[in-house]
Design a protein around this ligand. Sequence first.
Ligand code: S3P
Length: 432
Amino acid sequence: MADLVIDPSPGLSGELTPPGDKSISHRAVMFAAIAEGRTEITGFLPGEDTLNTAKAVRMLGITVAESGPGALTVEGRGLNGLSEPSGVLDLGNSGTGMRLLAGLLAGQDFFSVLTGDQYLAKRPMGRIVEPLRSMGAVIEGRSGGKYAPLAIRGAGKNVKPLSFLSPIASAQVKSAVILCGLYADGVTTVTEPHKSRDHTERMLRFFGAAVKEDGLQVSVRGRQTLTARGTVEIPADISSAAFFMVAACTVPGSDIVIRNVGVNPTRTGIIDVLVSMGADISLLSPREQAGEPVADVRIRYRRLHAAAVRGDLIPRSIDEIPVIAVAAATASGTTLIKDAAELRVKESDRIATIAAELRKMGAAVRELPDGLEITGRERLNGAPCESHGDHRIAMSLAVAGLAATGQTAVRDAEWIETSFPGFEHMLRQSAY
Ligand code: S3P
């Protein structure tokens, strides 16, 4: 796929189930590897990012077999069952893959090297390298350890517990420190400025570990045993569902149901933002799967109005800000997005890239150092635009195209494969 060509949609309809949650998929295969016994994983995201993580876990000596579409069987070997990889672990485009694995590898008594693609090589790694070094790991990387590739000599039996005050609300940083902390003799604590997604905490508990949470503080005692508990059922990714939620909110006449969506409260900022913009969204049949809340989500078209998106809402909707910008560009009034400087160090500088691309479609967007100011108009103009090598920018622009006049062509749309294989097919099924 090179260009993704989108024509205006007459309205979205029907039911759909997006692929498995990316954050939970990474964690499921990593944590199952260090649990004792066999874990079946269903709903595993077959995207490039998570497949790279599964491959890296295999290179650490763990048997990971594909037992069907989205189904993996992992033969966990316990906390000390990983072995030194003979080659470099390549995490491709994935920040989560690299940062979480770095945390896990910092606790081993062997040497490993992590690398990724040209985009991952530009993303900040100092945020995990520094705390992991103070836990005893020896880590080298470009620019003194600020950037990948990273070479890690794990601290093994000498991992020191850490009380870490994280300057940013980042689940990747929190998880890297906690994973290394599993190998320490003592209690490791991470305190964040705002609460980030808590999939690591939930999944460690699912595998039988004790994890203490106290407000913005998470603590874990090292050297606990993780035990396989049968099947981890991964829900559909709310970050992928978000594209369809916004599409249904912006294309008149739409009425869709998205099945089996993970609605963990640390991830549902997208729903709260859209509801604050006047959206008609209902959560049906709430239930729980492997320690994660799940529901079906119904969205019916209603014209949106502007809202303010800032503070605690930002970490709860961080990956959805590009598509929230699309919603804002067609809503009445001026939407202000603040406190989101982290967007500048994602797969692309998402503040700059979404602003530049939405302007091509006629949107009034002002870039702020830590956010965006967007004044909506009834209809955007279809236009040729670019993904900037960023899956979520590509999908956001496709959604913008559905509600625009004329045709939109998103260049380099193949990046969508990192997180949402089958996106184009699912979009064509529900939007035309
Ligand atoms: C993720 C955490 C977030 C998010 C990313 C996935 C995770 O990143 O943007 O897509 O799975 O832990 P940060 O932790 O860097 O905010």
